[in-house]
Design a protein around this ligand. Structure first.
Ligand code: SF4
Length: 473
C-alpha cells in the first residue's frame, strides 16, 4: 500500500513498549525524537512507516510477547521499518524479523539510523535492512548513562522521570542486571531540567524510575542520601503536586534515608519495596543481600516516619529450592507486614542467570503457591482499602470515565467522573455531579476527595477541594 506521506518526506511511527516504567519512559523519548523530526505517531502497525519495539526480558513470557508482536507487525506492515531495542534484544540475537536491532544502549542512535535509512529508501518500496548489532547479543557493558533528551510532555498524567540505568546487585534469578548493565546515574541537572519542563506542561505528579532507584549515584561514590537530596530539590519546584518513587530495592534503604524521606513534604507515602521471599534461606540463594529482619526494620522505620504509609511489594514463588516451609515463611511474613498490594511472580528461569542452572520446581507447585498467595494478597488489599472509607484522600484526575464506569452506574448520567490514584496508590473514581455549581474537575488536576464507597480496592469518591493552582491553559 503506497503511503502518500512518503512523497512529502514526512513519516509515521508506532511505538510498542513492553515491561517496566523505564521502558515506557524510553519509548516516550524515542517518540519525542521522531516527533521532533517531523514524524506523526500512529496507533496501528498498518499505518506506520517505522515501528519501534522496546522489549523486556523479566520473564520468558515477556520475550515471547516481543517475538509475537514482531511477527504480527511484519505481517500487518510488510514495507515498514521494524526497529527493536531493550532488554530482550540486548540478551537475544535477532531471528531475521527486524530491520534494526539494538539493546539497552545506543537507542537514540539506532532510531536516527533507522529514520535515515527509511528516508533513503523512501519510494523504493523495500524496507531498509541493517541488523548490525544483532550478532552481538549479551550482557550490557556500557559505562555511561545514555541521555535520551529531556521529555517536554508525556502521554500519561503522572509523568515518569528516569534517574539512572543498570544495577550493581547480583540477584541470581535476574536477567535485568545483565540486560541493563552496571549502574549509571543520570546527571542531576538533566533530571531537574526535565522535571521543570514536565511541570510547565501541566503534569502534577512526577514518578521517579530506574532499574535500582535506591542506588542512585552509588556509581559516583554516594550513599542513599543522594536520592533524598534529589527528591528535596524536586520538591522545591513550582507547580509540583506530588512526587512518587517507583519500585525500590531494600539493600540500600538506610534508616537515615527513611528519616530524610520523611521530611519531604511532596513525597507520596507509598513505597513499593520488592521482597521476593520471606525466607532467609531463599533470600540467600537469590543473592538478595538482605534478610527478612532487615526488611522488617525498613518497614518499621517507614511506619515511624510516615503516618500510615502504603507498603507494596513483589514476591516470587517457586524459586529453585523453595520448600513448603520457605513458602510459608513468605506467606506469614506478608500477613505480618500487611502489604497493601502484592505483585506475585512465578519463578521463570532466565538465560545466563545462575538460578537457571539449579534444579527447577514443578509448574503445578508454582501455580498452587501463587494461587494461595494471591488469595492472601486480595484479603490484605481489601482490608487496607476499607481503612479509607469516610476519609479524605488526594487524587489526581487521570482518565475521564464513560457511562460504563462503576461510579457512573452508581451516580447516574448527570455526573462527570474521573479515575486516578491516591497518594497511597489506591485506585479511585471521583464523580462530579453536574448540578454541583462548584468547579468541575479537569484531567490532570489534584483534588481532595471524600471516600463514600468501596468496590474491592477501588475507592468511590466525591470531590472536596482543588489542590494547588488550576492547570496551565
Ligand atoms: S536489585 Fe536484583 S532484581 Fe533488582 S535489578 Fe538489581 S539484580 Fe535485578
Amino acid at each position: 500500500m503506497k503511503n502518500p506521506d512518503r512523497e512529502q518526506k514526512s513519516f509515521s511511527y508506532c511505538l510498542h513498549s513492553f515491561g517496566c516504567k523505564s521502558n515506557a519512559y524510553e519509548s516516550e523519548a524515542i517518540g519525542q525524537f521522531y516527533a521532533g523530526q517531523g514524524g506523526r505517531e500512529v496507533q496501528t502497525n498498518a499505518q506506520a512507516d517505522i515501528i519501534v519495539f522496546n522489549t523486556c526480558t523479566v520473564t520468558a513470557e515477556a520475550g515471547r510477547k516481543a517475538r509475537q508482536a514482531l511477527r504480527r507487525a511484519r505481517k500487518e506492515a510488510p514495507e515498514a521499518c521494524l526497529v527493536v531495542m531493550g532488554c530482550y534484544s540486548q540478551l537475544e540475537a535477532d531471528e531475521g524479523l527486524a530491520d534494526f536491532w539494538a539493546g539497552t544502549d545506543g537507542r537514540l542512535a539506532l532510531a536516527q539510523e533507522a529514520l535515515a535509512s527509511y528516508k533513503a529508501n523512501q519510494g523504493l518500496g523495500s524496507p531498509a535492512r541493517n541488523i548490525g548489532q544483532a550478532s552481538q547479543a549479551g550482557p550490557q557493558k556500557a559505562q555511561a548513562y545514555e541521555e535520551l533528551g529531556q521529555l517536554a510532555q508525556q502521554k500519561e498524567t503522572r509523568a515518569q522521570i528516569k534517574i539512572a540505568d543498570g544495577c550493581n546487585q547480583h540477584c541470581t534469578y535476574c536477567a535485568i542486571r545483565l540486560a541493563r548493565g552496571p549502574l549509571r546515574s543520570r546527571d542531576r541537572e538533566d533530571i531537574l531540567a526535565e522535571a521543570r519542563q514536565l511541570l510547565a506542561a501541566g503534569h502534577r505528579e512526577l514518578v521517579l524510575t530506574a532499574t535500582n532507584i535506591t542506588a542512585f549515584e552509588a556509581d559516583k561514590g554516594r550513599d542513599s542520601l543522594a536520592l533524598a537530596e534529589l527528591l528535596a530539590a524536586l520538591a522545591d519546584l513550582p507547580g509540583l503536586g506530588r512526587l512518587r518513587l517507583g519500585s525500590l530495592e531494600p539493600q540500600a534503604i538506610s534508616q537515615d534515608l527513611v528519616a530524610a524521606l520523611g521530611k519531604n513534604p511532596k513525597l507520596c507515602p507509598h513505597f513499593h519495596i520488592s521482597l521476593q521471599s520471606g525466607s532467609d534461606k531463599i533470600l540467600k540463594l537469590m543473592g538478595r543481600g538482605h534478610s527478612q529482619a532487615d526488611y522488617r526494620a525498613i518497614v518499621e522505620a517507614l511506619r515511624q516516619h510516615f503516618p500510615n504509609p502504603a507498603i507494596t511489594t513483589d514476591i516470587m514463588v517457586g524459586f529453585p529450592g523453595e520448600s513448603e516451609e520457605d513458602f510459608q515463611a513468605s506467606y506469614d511474613f506478608a500477613r505480618e507486614i500487611a502489604f497493601a498490594r502484592i505483585h506475585i511472580f512465578r519463578y521463570s528461569p532466565r538465560p545466563h542467570t545462575p538460578a537457571a542452572r539449579l534444579p527447577q520446581l514443578e509448574e503445578a507447585v508454582k501455580k498452587d503457591r501463587a494461587d494461595r498467595l494471591e488469595a492472601l494478597a486480595q484479603e490484605l488489599a481489601a482490608s487496607n482499602a476499607a481503612k479509607y472509607l469516610g476519609r479524605e484522600v488526594e487524587v489526581i484526575l487521570e482518565q475521564p470515565l464513560g457511562p460504563e464506569s462503576l461510579v457512573q452506574a452508581q451516580k447516574g448520567e448527570d455526573s462527570l467522573a474521573f479515575s486516578g490514584y491516591t497518594a497511597h496508590y489506591l485506585p479511585a473514581q471521583v464523580f462530579f455531579s453536574k448540578q454541583d455549581s462548584g468547579s468541575q474537575g479537569q484531567q490532570g488536576q489534584l483534588w481532595w476527595a471524600q471516600v463514600e464507597d468501596l468496590a474491592g480496592e477501588l475507592l468511590i469518591c466525591r470531590p472536596l477541594d482543588l489542590i494547588g493552582s488550576p492547570l496551565p491553559a
